[in-house]
Design a protein around this ligand. Structure first.
Ligand SMILES: [Zn+2]
Length: 94
């Protein structure tokens, strides 16, 4: 049976298990009793694997603390892409 999340105006987050054919639009918040509305989020796919869980954690963390890249990946070398198309010579340079 899937779990759905609900949040009340006081921002209490509640998990509620319900049949997929009988999903309530609102529930009573178990903490304050105010009607809580359903929160629609990303499905919890891939949480069963460690790699999927790590990717979700990294994605959520980067939303608040973006990682700064200061170089190329170790073991790779940066090479300049050379074009031989004469029309590219007219493109602006940095
Ligand atoms: Zn509440």
């Amino acid at each position: 049976m899937p779990t759905y999340e609900f949040v009340c105006p006081a921002e209490h987050l509640t998990a509620h298990r319900s049949s997929i054919t009988d999903i309530p639009v609102t529930i009573d918040c178990p903490e304050c009793g105010i009607r809580a509305r359903r929160v629609y989020g990303a499905p919890h796919l891939g949480r069963s694997s460690a790699r999927g869980f790590a990717a979700l954690e990294r994605s959520a963390r980067s939303a608040h603390e973006p990682e700064v890249v200061r170089g190329t990946h170790p073991g790779t070398t940066a090479t300049a892409r050379v074009t031989r198309n004469p029309l590219h010579q007219r493109l602006p340079r940095d």
